[in-house]
Write a protein that binds this ligand. Structure first.
Ligand SMILES: [Zn+2]
Length: 349
């Protein structure tokens, strides 16, 4: 059963089932093993010869059952899927595509700049510590770095096979009666892509622009030197494009991309200001600054967050400090084997 987009409720976007969110575009929200994000949106795009899933979910049994049911509502089976197009190499978007390709075939496409992360995943051993451990030490949070080994989901290299096709920035993707432009938007990950259907004024934003939350920054195998700088540039890039309807990786469909980009830019401006204020009042490491800030929409303190979200908060603070240092607003020193220390004033190192 499908229902028109205008009936969509922001509170129930995550309820399982197929909803036609734009002409010819059906959304199937799939469950995730943890509650925080509630679900991941999978979009079904079909033409006469092809059935494409744009993002594919986290490979867990419950999500696969929901996908089977949702496709069934559309008169389709998993074996009918010809293409997986994935916005970025995060577990909640990529691993279901990998698992289903192994069993049913279909072509898996990912953004070419994500290759660095995928190659690192190919080399990674199950006992390797996650790369964020080092960043936590640089952030002045060695205790949290110690528990990092148990923080990631159990690692199995077979969850991360290489895609069949690497898509390049500005490449046109032809899906019979629909064509989309692939656009590289680094920040959430270095190889994150969004997909623009200009004729229908739709933008599949993945986790680059989300309606309810601000995406994590640079949480990936090989974080670049300044992922927040990259992320802000990728937000500004969207303002140079025509506005479109947002079809995000998590959350309700339908908002204006430009309006949400403005909110996200304002949010990061506020965070940069608050970060500067915290350093001016004596906080020197990312961990100390993160303790001065409030977190989540409910204004939580850092100590109230679970380990995983505390890690994301501290790393996000670290990237804000790096941007302020790049802009010459803060000086940075240290970081060889201990924390990077920030202070107000110009560059010193
Ligand atoms: Zn996601």
């Amino acid at each position: 059963m499908t229902e028109p987009a205008e009936d969509l409720d922001w509170r129930c976007w995550h309820e399982p089932g197929s909803v036609e969110v734009a002409p010819g575009v059906h959304r199937l929200p799939l469950s995730l093993p943890m509650d925080g994000l509630r679900a991941v949106n999978v979009y079904v795009l079909r033409s006469r010869e092809r059935v494409m899933l744009l993002d594919a979910g986290w490979a867990i049994e419950r999500a696969e059952a929901e996908l089977v049911d949702g496709l069934d509502e559309l008169g389709l089976g998993i074996g009918d899927v010809t293409d997986f197009l994935v916005t970025h190499a995060h577990r909640d978007h990529y691993t279901m595509a990998a698992a289903l390709r192994r069993r049913f075939g279909a072509r898996l496409t990912l953004g070419e700049p994500e290759r660095v992360n995928m190659e690192a995943l190919q080399r990674r051993e199950p006992w390797d510590v996650v790369p964020q451990r080092e960043l936590l030490i640089r952030s002045g949070a060695p205790d949290l770095a110690e528990v990092m080994g148990t923080m990631d989901a159990p690692f199995d290299r077979s969850d991360w096979p290489m895609p069949d096709v690497w898509v390049a920035d500005r490449q046109q993707l032809d899906l019979g009666d629909r064509s989309m432009t692939a656009i590289h938007t680094p920040g959430h990950t270095r190889g994150h892509f969004i997909f623009h259907d200009e004729a229908h004024q739709l933008l599949f934003t993945g986790d680059h622009v989300l309606p309810h939350i601000t995406p994590s920054i640079g949480f990936e195998q090989v974080p670049p030197s300044s992922p927040l700088r990259d992320y802000l540039a990728s937000l500004h890039l969207l303002k140079t494009m025509p506005d479109a309807t947002m079809l995000p990786g998590h959350g309700a469909v339908g908002a204006s991309v430009h309006e949400r980009v403005d909110e996200l830019l304002a949010h990061h401006d506020d965070r940069l200001d608050a970060t500067l204020t915290a350093v001016a009042s004596g906080a020197a490491t990312a961990h100390e600054v993160a303790r001065c800030l409030t977190w989540t929409g409910r204004g939580r303190r850092l100590d109230e967050l679970d380990d995983f979200n505390r890690m994301l908060a501290i790393l996000e603070t670290y990237w804000h400090l790096e941007v302020l240092a790049e802009r010459g607003r803060l000086a940075r020193s240290g970081g060889d084997s201990g924390p990077v220390v920030f202070e107000t004033g110009g560059r010193t190192s």
